[in-house]
Design a protein around this ligand. Structure first.
Ligand code: MG
Length: 402
């Protein structure tokens, strides 16, 4: 059911990657979603490389936030461009970003294909089918029939109606249009202040019919951080040859001694004084968790368990480490080894190290032999030597679970 575009036409692909990704991460210091690593390369690269491989596409315009224009240009330069590729900065809304893309398209553009960079599993068939449909019908969108029962709620608290799910379609990208039609739809929306969450909505508002092209369940959109784990599984299955064989991560943590606190190290209680902290301040678990998260490219312990969140007050860090361990397999990894150094003037952990390793191994569901734990003093040097606190380093080695 692969159809070729009948006539040679000038087709421009707009790759939308300017979204702030607020639902993905509220942390402005974090790498934006389009540049997050998925199976060893930036999310944006997946759609870009696929569009480059489609002979139907004559031009590619990548729309990013102005802060990322240089990064996007570097990404283009590091790959193999096969046709004109332009980077432009987006607007305040997705709608405005796409409009800017339309303005930047070459003057002879006849068809335009719009795709969200947050959907990395674009295929050549999706591009072909949606363009072919746009050529026949003027406007085409990829969509999937709803499989779950769909309720309508006007206030988010009470159900107002149950929709007939056989009539409900969940919309994806790419969306393809005759250039003139989409441009007219955007111009009208601009004149009237009309906003829609996709480009087809603007074309519908113009009174033009939009044709449905069957999408794919694999064509997922990365909205939340958890979606990356599922995407990693799809990427590992689809691109097994590019599986990163090993990943290494470094974790570090330090805490000050504090009166009236228990001293918990690798889940084992020692005679005090304890350490200050929001959780149980088990810095061995914190360093180990950061080493594993770092190796898997999954951020750090603060992003997963913020110390501003009351639910982690006094939390067992050993349990949190166990939760970190649960993130690794979905991300395509298993632990090869974990090597930990605790710097503390007191206590001496040597006699307790086997029990501590066993605690860590139990929550991470790996053999204790995969974990090494050493205690060191600093011979009286620094804050550790002055018994003001402790420090811990951990290195984690992950191997591809594929
Ligand atoms: Mg800590």
């Amino acid at each position: 059911m692969v159809s070729k575009i009948k006539n040679p036409s000038r087709t421009c692909a707009l790759l939308a990657a300017a979204g702030a990704g607020q639902r993905f991460s509220a942390n402005p210091a974090e790498l934006p979603k389009a540049f997050q690593s998925l199976h060893g390369k930036p999310l944006l690269s997946y759609s870009l490389e696929l569009l480059r491989a489609c002979e139907e596409i004559d031009n590619i315009i990548i729309i990013v936030s102005s802060a990322l224009e240089a990064s996007a240009r570097n990404l283009i330069a590091s790959g193999k461009s096969t046709r004109p590729e332009t980077v432009i900065s987006g607007g305040k809304t997705r709608q405005e970003s796409v409009y800017r893309g339309l303005l930047a398209a070459p003057p002879n553009t006849e068809y335009v294909l719009i795709h969200d960079a947050a959907r990395p599993f674009l295929t050549a068939e999706m591009v072909r089918e949606s363009l072919h449909s746009a050529q026949t019908h003027g406007a085409a969108i990829l969509a999937l029939p709803a499989t779950e029962t769909v309720k309508l709620s006007l206030d988010g608290a009470w159900v107002n109606d149950t929709l007939d799910r056989s009539q409900v379609w969940l919309v994806q990208t790419p969306q393809a249009f005759a250039y003139k039609l989409l441009f007219e739809a955007h111009e009208q929306a601009l004149r009237t202040g009309f906003q829609a969450s996709d480009d087809a909505g603007l074309v519908e508002n113009l009174g033009h019919r939009v044709h449905l092209v069957k999408g794919s369940a694999d064509n997922i959109k990365i909205t939340y951080k958890e979606d990356l784990a599922m995407a990693e599984q799809i990427a590992a299955a689809r691109f097994p040859e590019s599986a990163p064989p090993i990943r290494i991560g470094l974790g570090f943590d330090s805490h000050a001694f504090a009166a009236g606190r228990k001293l918990i190290l690798a889940g084992l209680e020692f005679p005090g004084p304890g350490l200050a902290g929001h959780s149980d301040a088990d810095l061995i678990c914190h360093a180990a968790a950061d080493a594993l998260l770092g190796a898997a490219g999954l951020g750090d312990i603060g992003t997963h368990f913020p110390d501003t969140d009351p639910q982690y007050a006094g939390a067992s860090s050993l349990q949190l480490l166990g939760q970190v361990g649960e993130l690794l397999a979905p991300a395509g990894f298993r632990i090869s080894c974990l090597d930990i150094v605790l710097a503390a003037q007191t206590p001496s952990i040597a006699a307790h190290s086997p029990q501590m390793r066993e605690n860590l191994a139990r929550v991470l569901k790996i053999p204790p032999a995969c974990i090494s734990l050493k205690g060191k003093t600093t011979n009286g040097l620094g804050f550790v030597g002055r018994s003001e606190g402790m420090a811990c380093w951990a290195i984690g080695l992950l191997i591809s679970a594929a």
